[in-house]
Design a protein around this ligand. Structure first.
Ligand code: XMP
Length: 520
């Protein structure tokens, strides 16, 4: 059985920054779904994909513009339920004979309250139990007249057509975003939608493990595979999964790019070589990476430089090994989607992700990416399923480009050493206070400025560092972690006392958006 044999839901992406959250909500319901940019979804694509239901995402365009993105005509004749979100609602109305108007003075961003209207439908089960529902609006244009066959099922002061449906045809459309946390009961709408579409909820980690192993064996045959092991949760789970599938055909290559945290290289090598008994090459390439990064200050150039070198190193070890045909990577679904958008999809690229963005066009190795369909928390669930140690699975995410993107400006060995020590003290503090598991990600960044301080009787002129800690469900959005002042004070004191080269500590209180989690 493969993903193809599950009931499949298709999300047509019109470029919303939160399209992935729709997929998250569905995966939580054990529903297999894929996101595809609208340009890729043709009638032929629909026939091949054979979705059991379709969702139209939101998006930044205006349906009033003639060139605005549309779904293929065939979607209306599939005979499956369709749910339109925000722009997805407007496009549904415009295509089916309703009217959308430009939002002059009626644009709406933020919290709103929707009240029920009409008879209700299966989509709204469990909604309006307390009279009204809080929702998150984010739209410029609005629907001015609904399409024939539709009725209004919910209204808000600024969105008289907040919830609309043609129940007979199974077409539903909402003006707000049920996928974001600011629509507290939004998950229920998705649950109702997949239930009325007849999904059985058969997408579980146990099933995934078996299927992934079969798929890896079928793809690889008797060939040798090298796995890019970074020590992060993603590549570790990928390695253990592939090892389970093909045993000694797998060799792991751990590229030590000199941008790792304190003690990290030893920990990874010990765990996989000694504990898992995997053939592991420890490629100590600090010199090469740091030389290539000399003088580089632009974040995208850093990412691309590191990504390209990474692949070089793999190719080198693959040829040394003799005859490896495949390269395994712990690429996740969010990496894939972001990069698709970059190369043609409608949403704006914020950062090019290391795993995908750095791949040269013509790679001598074929890719095995058994986590391509999974989100981060699904990878953790798979790791538990595979018996990886809980403390290892609970580790905070660490980006492929490593400390390079936590050291804005030019990278030097000295700066990296200072950063590593500060980071180690900070994480030690977090663990001592029992806060590690409450935090999605915590790290220190070394700022490219030096500031004046006074220690003892002397003047200091040293670097400032910023501490970052965020809570998040999936890394897509994040809030800063509200440490106590006592904790922050104690941590700052420890860092300044224990880390030569730092004389000032700041705490980053930016959420995402508008910030990103990493500094670059
Ligand atoms: P941002 O900084 O975009 O980060 O808010 C979101 C999450 O992604 C991680 N991240 C990366 N992971 N390769 C990775 O494997 C990368 O190039 C990369 N850049 C960011 C980041 O640590 C956070 O968890």
């Amino acid at each position: 059985m493969t993903a193809h044999d599950h009931d499949r839901l298709l999300i047509i992406d019109f470029g919303s920054q939160v399209t992935q959250l729709i997929a998250r909500r569905l995966r939580e319901l054990n529903v297999y779904c894929e996101i595809h940019p609208y340009q890729a979804v043709t009638d032929a694509f629909l026939a091949a994909f054979a979705p059991k239901a379709v969702i139209f995402s939101g998006g930044p365009a205006s349906v009033i513009d003639e060139t605005s993105p549309r779904p293929p005509k065939g979607v209306w004749d599939l005979g499956v339920p369709i749910l339109g979100i925000c722009y997805g609602q407007q496009v549904m109305m415009a295509e089916l004979g309703g009217r959308v108007e430009r939002g002059q003075g009626t644009a709406e961003f933020g919290r709103a309250y929707v009240e029920p209207q009409g008879a209700g439908t299966a989509l709204l089960e469990g909604w309006f139990e307390d009279g009204r529902e809080q929702v998150w609006m984010s739209h410029g244009d609005h629907v001015a007249a609904i399409a024939p066959g539709f009725e209004v099922l919910g209204t808000s002061p600024n969105a008289p057509f907040a919830i609309t449906a043609d129940v007979a045809r199974g077409f539903f459309a909402v003006q707000f975003h049920p996928e974001v946390h600011h629509t507290p009961n939004g998950a229920r709408l998705y649950e109702n939608f997949v239930r009325l579409a007849g999904f059985s909820g058969d997408w579980t980690m146990g099933a995934y493990r078996e299927e992934a192993i079969e798929k890896i064996r079928a793809q690889v045959g008797n060939a040798k595979v090298i796995c890019a092991l970074s020590g992060g949760v993603d590549s570790s789970v990928a390695a253990v999964l592939i090892h389970e599938a093909i045993g000694a055909q797998l060799t792991c290559v751990f590229v030590d790019h000199g941008l790792l945290r304190q003690g990290e290289a030893e920990e990874v090598v010990t765990m996989f070589r000694d504990h898992y008994n995997m053939p592991l090459i420890h490629a100590a390439e600090e010199e090469r990476f740091l030389t290539a990064l000399e003088g580089v200050t632009d974040p995208e150039v850093k990412r691309k430089t590191i990504g390209a070198l990474f692949i070089d190193v793999f190719q080198h070890h693959a040829s040394e090994l003799g005859g490896a045909e495949f390269l395994a990577q712990g690429t996740l679904y969010p990496d894939v989607i972001e990069s698709v958008s970059f190369s043609g999809g409608p949403s704006v690229t914020i950062k090019s992700h290391h795993n995908v963005g750095g791949l040269p066009e013509k790679m001598g190795l074929k890719l095995v990416e058994p986590l391509r369909e999974l989100f981060k928390d699904e990878v953790r669930a798979l790791g538990r399923e595979l018996g990886l140690p809980p403390h290892f699975i609970a580790r905070h995410p660490f980006p492929g480009p490593g400390l390079a993107i936590r050291c804005p400006g030019e990278i030097t060995r000295d700066k990296l050493d200072i950063l590593r020590r500060a980071d180690a003290v900070y994480i030690d503090q977090i663990r001592r206070h029992g806060l590690y598991d409450e935090i999605w990600q915590a790290f220190a960044a070394l700022l490219p400025v030096r500031t004046v301080g006074v220690m003892g009787d002397g003047r200091t002129y040293d670097y400032a560092c910023a501490l970052r800690a965020v809570t998040s469900v999936d890394g897509m959005t994040a809030d800063y972690y509200p440490f106590s002042h006592a904790f922050l004070g104690e941590t700052a004191t420890r860092i300044i006392n224990e880390v030569p080269g730092i004389n000032r500590v700041t705490y980053d209180i930016t959420s995402k958006p508008p910030g990103t989690i990493e500094w670059e």
